[in-house]
Design a protein around this ligand. Structure first.
Ligand SMILES: [Zn+2]
Length: 154
């Protein structure tokens, strides 16, 4: 059947089933790499600052989502974060969890965005509660978000 010939009956279309082997490597991007390097080497969160709108974003990113311009200025966040939102889950991928896990969106004063991670304080979590990260030791860090063990009340 020529390629330009119109098919009037769907069952006339040829098809086959096969698989295509794919390999890929995930990269965090330029700003993501810098964020991870700062977390690994210095245990701090890197944020990007927009020269036009003056907003600061965490985690660091290359372009301002408001102005669409490249952000070249970075800074590390000082002080504790705060619980913007949270939820407690009782199930995991395989069924019931051994213990409930509280996950929180932690934001930082003066910065947009935030970090979603475990929160060690399931009994007394409140919105706005000040929290600090609990990090792995410097020699154990790999530059991944799992370098953060959890957040805990400040
Ligand atoms: Zn901006």
């Amino acid at each position: 059947m020529p390629i330009l010939e119109k098919i009037s009956q769907p069952l006339q279309a040829r098809h086959w089933t096969d698989s295509i082997p794919l390999e890929y490597h995930y990269t965090a991007g330029v700003a993501g790499e810098e964020f991870r390097r700062e977390l690994k080497e210095n245990g701090r969160f890197l944020a990007s600052k927009c020269a036009k709108c003056k907003n600061t974003y965490v985690p660091a990113r290359m372009f301002c989502p408001s102005c669409f311009i490249e952000m070249k200025e970075t800074r590390t966040l000082e002080g504790p974060g705060y619980v913007y939102s949270f939820t407690t889950v009782n199930r995991n991928r395989t069924g019931d969890a051994a213990e409930p896990v509280t996950l929180a969106l932690v934001k930082f004063d003066g910065a947009k965005g935030g970090i979603v991670h475990r929160l060690d304080s399931s009994d007394s979590v409140t919105f706005g509660m000040k929290v600090v990260p609990v990090l792995k030791g410097p020699s154990e860090r790999t530059g991944a978000l799992t370098d953060i063990i959890s957040f805990k009340p400040a």
